[in-house]
Ligand binder design. Structure first.
Ligand SMILES: [Zn+2]
Length: 488
């Protein structure tokens, strides 16, 4: 495959810290090979959502295991939990007891493709255009898998092994909310124990501007079903007298937000806390760049942001509770007959903020939907996946190490970012490892359009993240004592 990364040159902008020339050169040498591996991995349609063939997810787990073996990891195997898509693990722990132990995380499952015609090239035929690799999973999160593989392999090539103990876990059910996480953690948590968790599954602030993420919104899914009859009936014979489930659903959904688009469900945000002055200062240190956000989201002209016009757009994206309908059981246009629909189900995807309790938020949402359904129709609300928000104080020795590594790898200072998305595993893992620091590093950039059509990965940023991660191992080894004092 022809790419901009064929020479053994370092990625544009990056610097080499003292004493790491051999590691940097080893990483650069293999970049074309890592890109080929990403193309191959992203060709596997490992969609974890129910209704898609689970054999593909297993195949991508096996391909991931091969990549880990190829990077020099030992004890590589699939970790199984009943009814869960397989996780993949491996380790390389010869740096000694005084060295920190890292757990590197990414996931190999992907989102469904969305609307096939909106892809410029087929979603599972990864294609390079203008320095970006397009395809489902090319960024979220198979690029994360590759970043870990590249960083480990660079150390193995240059020095035989990394200066830290490395464990890897690549999840197979992240995109469906990690439903088996508690069982997984109980069974395999102890063998994955680490001082630092490195999560390569979030975004950079801008292309070429590395982000270190200190907050994640949580999530809460619900399905609401509105029912008015046992079966659809003729709209000519009954319309005007009998309500239909789609109009009723539209009216019901319209009650979930006020005119500015803020959630208007009593008790939904109970417990949500204000940002601390330090947190707010961190957000305000970044340029809000609303025009840039419009370009990145590709909004139509004239579109108004939701909420108070004086709100910080970044605070809205990272720290505002949301309720969003994301799917509905209605006939598509080709099958729309002249009938009153008797039953409509809508999936609601909600994002949770720090302090908000997903179970309480679900109860408030259910109460609201039951109280507001029009015309005496039946309404049923069932719960889905949940995960609370996660926030950390990014002042640990591990964070200091990460800032130094990414500044060198990108040749740019780091942005201390929030993230509006959710990674359910971060909080429970960090907690079960006794306050291990969690470093959330970026492979995606705002143009990646993860979860959407034409998902893509900037290949320069992938190379810079892999290089920064290789540097991170050295920075953490240099701070071994402070890093090993977890939670201190
Ligand atoms: Zn992801």
């Amino acid at each position: 495959m022809s790419t901009p990364m064929q020479s053994a040159a370092l990625p544009e902008g990056s610097r080499v810290p003292d004493g790491l020339d051999d590691v940097a050169a080893a990483l650069a040498d293999r970049l074309p090979e890592h890109l080929d591996a990403l193309v191959e991995l992203a060709s596997i349609p490992s969609i974890s959502l129910a209704g898609n063939d689970p054999a593909h997810v297993r195949r991508s787990a096996e391909a991931t295991a091969d990549l880990l073996r190829g990077a020099g990891l030992e004890d590589v195997r699939l970790l199984e939990v009943d009814d869960a898509h397989p996780y993949v693990t491996g380790s390389l722990c010869h740096a000694g007891e005084a060295a920190p132990t890292l757990l590197l995380y990414a996931h190999h499952d992907v989102q469904p493709v969305g609307t096939p015609d909106r892809w410029s090239s087929p979603p599972f035929e990864p294609t390079v255009r203008d320095g970006r690799l397009y395809g489902r999973g090319c960024s979220d999160d198979k690029a994360g898998v590759i970043a870990h593989v590249a960083a480990i392999r660079a150390w193995v090539d240059a020095r035989g092994e990394p200066p830290v103990n490395v464990k890897v876990v690549i999840e197979g059910e992240e995109e469906i909310g990690s439903p088996h996480l508690p069982v997984f953690l109980e069974r395999y948590g102890p063998m994955l124990d680490a001082d630092v968790i490195v999560i390569a599954d979030v975004g950079n602030f801008k292309t070429g501007w590395p982000g270190l993420t200190w907050s994640l919104r949580g999530l809460m899914d619900a399905t609401v079903t509105v029912r008015c009859m046992a079966q659809p009936v003729h709209s000519g014979m009954w319309g005007g007298l009998v309500p239909d489930a789609l109009t009723a659903t539209a009216r019901l959904l319209a009650t979930l937000h006020d005119d500015r688009g803020d959630v208007a469900v009593d008790g939904f945000a109970a417990g949500a806390r204000e940002l601390t002055p330090e947190e707010r200062a961190r957000v305000e240190a970044l340029p809000p760049d609303p025009d840039g956000l419009r370009t990145e989201a590709r909004t139509v002209e004239g579109l108004h942001w939701l909420g108070d016009p004086d709100d910080s757009p970044l605070e809205r994206i990272w720290f505002t509770p949301t309720i969003t309908p994301t799917g509905m059981s209605v006939p598509d246009l080709a099958h729309a007959s002249n009938t009153l629909l008797n039953e409509v189900s809508t999936k609601l995807s909600c994002r949770m903020v720090p302090g908000q309790d997903p179970a309480r938020a679900f109860a408030a949402l259910r109460r609201h939907l039951e109280e507001h359904v029009p015309w005496g129709l039946e309404v049923e609300v069932s719960p889905g996946e949940t995960a609370p928000a996660w926030v950390t104080d990014p002042s640990s020795a591990a964070h200091e190490a990460a800032a130094a590594a990414f500044e060198a790898g990108y040749g740019h200072d780091v942005a201390w970012m929030g993230c509006g998305g959710s990674i359910p595993l971060v909080g429970p893992f960090a907690e079960s490892f006794g306050g291990a620091a969690a470093l959330l590093i970026g492979v995606e950039d705002p143009a990646s359009n993860a979860h959407g059509e034409d998902e893509s990965q900037d290949l320069g940023d992938l190379a810079r993240t892999a290089l920064s991660e290789a540097y991170l191992f050295a920075e953490l080894a240099d701070r071994a004592e402070a890093v090993r004092a977890r939670g201190a």
